[in-house]
Design a protein around this ligand. Structure first.
Ligand SMILES: NC(=O)c1ccc[n+]([C@@H]2O[C@H](COP(=O)([O-])OP(=O)(O)OC[C@H]3O[C@@H](n4cnc5c(N)ncnc54)[C@H](OP(=O)(O)O)[C@@H]3O)[C@@H](O)[C@H]2O)c1
Length: 264
C-alpha cells in the first residue's frame, strides 16, 4: 500500500471517478474535488470502506474566480500533502461558435485552461520543493486538430497538451523530481458524450468509444512510468498519426462535415 495522497478534480463522475477507483486500489489516499458534494461523499465512504484509505472531500466550482487558489489553501489548512495531482475536471460545449452563449464558452475556458494552469502552478512548486510528485493533465484527441462545432473545446485541449508537453521538458531539465504528463483520450463512454447541458449532442457509435476505466488505467500507468504524452487505445494512436500527415485545414473540413451531420 502507498502512503501517498492523490488529488483528483472532476472526481464525481466519468474518467475522474475511475481515476479514484484505480488510485484507491493502489493504496493512495484521496482528495476528491468537484461541485456535487453529496456524490463525492458517497464515493468517499464507499472507497474508504472498501479500500481502507483516507478520503477528503472538497466541494469546489473551478469556474469561479480564485477557485484553484482556495482549493490549494484548503489542502494546506488541512495539512494535506499532494503527491499526485490529476487535473481532470473539464467541460464540453457542442455547436456553432456564434450560436453558443459566450458566457458558457468563457466558463469552459476557465475550467479547462485557467483552473488547470493555476492548480499545476501551485502544486508543481510544492512538489518541486519536496523534489517529488506526479501531475496528470487531461487533454484530448481533440487537442491535435481544429474541430468545427467544438472549436473552443478543441482549442482548450490544444492548450493543455502544448502547456503540459513544454512543462514536462522544463521539469526534466530542472531535475526537480516532478513528472508531468498529458493524457489524450478519444471518445470515451461517460456523461460527457450524452449531456443535455452542453449544447448539441454528438452521435458516436458505442463501438467507437473506450471505457473510462481503460482510459484512466492507461493514464495513471503512463504518468507513473514518466511518459509526457499518453494516448490510450490503438485507434486513437492511429488518429493522431493521421493528424501529422494531413494538413490541418483539410482535417478541419472533414471533421466539420462529420460533426454537422452527426450532431443534434
Ligand atoms: N468523455 C470523452 O469522450 C472525453 C474525451 C477526451 C477528453 N475528455 C476529458 O476528460 C475529462 C473528464 O471528462 P469525462 O468524460 O469524465 O466528463 P464527465 O463525465 O462529464 O465528468 C466531468 C467531471 O468534471 C466535474 N466538473 C465539471 N464542471 C466542474 C466545475 N466547474 N468545477 C469542478 N468540477 C467540475 C464534474 O463534476 P460536478 O458536476 O460534480 O462538478 C465531473 O466530475 C475532461 O477534461 C474531458 O474534457 C473526455
Amino acid at each position: 500500500m502507498s502512503n501517498k495522497t492523490a488529488l483528483v478534480t472532476g472526481a464525481s463522475d466519468g474518467i475522474g471517478l475511475e481515476f479514484c477507483n484505480i488510485l484507491a486500489s493502489r493504496g493512495y489516499n484521496l482528495i476528491l474535488v468537484a461541485r456535487r458534494e453529496a456524490k463525492l461523499n458517497e464515493i468517499a465512504i464507499e472507497l474508504s470502506q472498501s479500500q481502507g484509505i483516507q478520503c477528503t472531500v472538497i466541494s469546489a466550482d473551478l469556474s469561479l474566480p480564485q477557485a484553484a487558489q482556495l482549493l490549494f489553501q484548503n489542502t494546506k489548512d488541512q495539512g494535506l500533502q499532494v503527491d499526485f495531482l490529476i487535473n481532470n475536471a473539464g467541460l464540453l460545449h457542442n455547436g456553432p461558435f456564434c450560436e453558443l452563449s459566450l458566457a458558457e464558452q468563457e466558463t469552459m475556458i476557465t475550467v479547462n485552461v485557467l483552473a488547470l494552469t493555476a492548480l499545476t502552478h501551485l502544486f508543481a512548486n510544492d512538489m518541486a520543493a519536496r523534489k517529488t510528485g506526479h501531475i496528470l493533465n487531461i487533454a484530448s484527441l481533440a487537442a491535435w486538430t481544429p474541430i468545427p462545432s467544438q472549436n473552443v473545446y478543441a482549442a482548450t485541449k490544444a492548450y493543455v497538451l502544448a502547456f503540459t508537453q513544454a512543462l514536462a521538458d522544463e521539469m526534466n531539465a530542472a531535475g526537480n523530481g516532478v513528472i508531468i504528463s498529458a493524457l489524450c483520450p478519444g471518445y470515451t463512454a461517460t456523461k460527457m458524450m450524452d449531456n443535455p447541458d452542453q449544447g448539441a449532442t454528438l452521435r458516436i457509435p458505442s463501438n467507437m468509444m473506450m471505457l473510462a476505466e481503460d482510459v484512466a488505467n492507461q493514464g495513471i500507468a503512463g504518468c507513473l512510468s514518466g511518459k509526457h504524452t499518453i494516448v490510450p487505445g490503438i485507434s486513437n494512436k492511429i488518429s493522431i498519426a493521421i493528424t501529422h500527415l494531413v494538413p490541418k485545414m483539410v482535417l478541419a473540413k472533414m471533421l466539420g462535415r462529420f460533426y454537422r451531420k452527426n450532431m443534434n
